[in-house]
Ligand binder design. Structure first.
Ligand code: HGY
Ligand code: MN
Ligand code: MN
Length: 405
């Protein structure tokens, strides 16, 4: 296989996506079910048609790309997502879709009889509606419409309104006849980068548990209100933010992490004691007991903080999924393929969430990681080498060949 033309093939596709959702700071904002993600999916359709592939869109807006004339009963699915976090990078998700298109192009070019479809799932990031993997949850049937009805984006639009506008259905067609699902993704951490390795074969995926904490203090005059009389919601929030970090550090031996990623304060002006704060809390891990210890500590100590300060609060669950162990037979098969190609790899967990978590509910799922520069991701400086996408895609093709024997 001639890698040079593969590099130019991938570069040409990457360049087509590149400008979409560009921010002044050099990153991209392509929020799920928003105009920029629509443009990414339309670009995928243009690219695919240009390559002579057939494109279908399911009723949740996920895009499927296949080799038109091929008719198979079941398919291997390769994919990822095309949305991003605000001011994010251009490689998160996109590398996985590019990998699928590269593999599909090899299958077409070398006339291999391997049933493959490429998928680009909608709205994988939780940034748009507060819940991750919406597109893949819908097409694998793992989201309830009662949950969907609560989801609103940053502009206050409900997901159901957006679906109405686009003509999508909250009860979409559930994917059938799937042999397995393979996703190539940037690691978004530093393990591969620090080890100088090109390939990770993922064993498990830390699933997020997300909570909203509304702190209901009292808005007062910042000049006339003595310190001992205050119900300062922001000072209470400051204690909770440090508590989340402390609990995360305590459980980090079990690869658990805990982050306060959202803080909204009202009225957020200089001369008023803050009356209201909303915190968004993200707890992740691969060890359920460890995650539960963080959660129990958070609930207990938050209650103590608020009681001591005489402040009311509301603790709401946004989403809660369990860590996912990927299919051991797929992992072993990917390892055999890498060894056959003399490509070094390391087995490793994923701290980030992925569509593979949802696909694992309906089929055997596997993931391949490639490094991103200094492990930076969800950041305008996110960067990955497309030649690592080629390396990872060669492992996927070798895996598919073996599976299709
Ligand atoms: O947030 C995540 O874990 C992933 O990047 N969607
Ligand atoms: Mn991401
Ligand atoms: Mn991603």
């Amino acid at each position: 296989m001639d890698s040079l033309s593969d590099v130019s093939f991938l570069n040409s596709l990457f360049e087509r996506f590149y400008p979409i959702g560009s921010c002044e700071n050099g990153g991209v904002t392509r929020l799920g079910y928003g105009p920029e993600e629509n443009k990414m999916h339309n670009m995928l359709k243009d690219i695919s048609k240009g390559l002579g592939f057939k494109v279908e869109t399911d009723s949740a807006g996920n895009s499927f790309v296949g080799i038109g004339d091929a008719k198979y009963e079941k398919y291997h699915i390769i994919g990822s997502h095309l949305d991003s976090v605000p001011s994010g990078g251009r490689y998160d998700g996109v590398c996985g879709v590019l990998s699928g298109l590269l593999v599909l192009n090899w299958i077409k070019k070398y006339n291999l009889k391997i049933p493959v479809k490429v998928v680009a799932f909608r709205c994988e990031e939780s940034s748009a509606f507060g819940r991750a993997t919406i597109g893949s949850s819908l097409s694998t049937g793992s989201i309830k419409d009662s949950e969907l009805a609560k989801l609103k984006n940053v502009n206050g639009e409900s997901l159901l309104d957006v679906f109405e506008k686009y003509g999508y259905s909250p009860e979409p067609y559930i994917m059938q006849n799937v042999i397995d699902y393979i996703e190539l993704h940037i690691e978004q951490g530093r393990v591969l980068w620090e080890k100088g390795m090109d390939i990770g074969i993922v064993t498990s995926i830390a699933a997020p548990r997300r909570y909203r904490l509304n702190i209901l203090g009292r808005q007062d005059h910042s000049g006339a209100t003595p310190m001992y009389m205050r119900k300062d919601a922001l000072c209470a929030a400051a204690e909770v933010i440090s508590l989340v970090e402390e609990l995360g550090k305590k459980e980090s031996v079990h690869s658990t992490v805990a982050t306060v990623g959202i803080i909204k304060e009202k009225p957020n002006v200089m001369n008023v004691v803050p009356g209201f704060v909303e915190l968004g809390i993200d707890i992740r891990g691969i060890d359920k007991d460890s995650i539960n210890r963080v959660l129990d500590g958070l609930k207990k100590d938050t209650d103590n903080i608020m009681k001591r300060r005489g402040i009311d609060y509301e603790f709401q669950k946004i989403s809660s999924s369990d860590p996912v162990t990927l299919d051991r037979s797929v992992i072993e098969s990917l390892k055999r393929a890498a060894k056959k190609l003399n490509i070094d790899f390391v087995e490793m967990p994923s701290g980030a969430g992925h569509d593979a978590m949802e696909m694992a509910n309906i089929t055997k799922a596997g993931m391949i990681f490639i490094p991103c520069k200094e492990g930076i991701s969800h950041n305008i400086h996110e960067k990955a080498d497309l030649d690592k996408v080629i390396e990872g895609s060669k492992i996927i093709l070798e895996y598919l060949k073996e599976e299709s024997l």
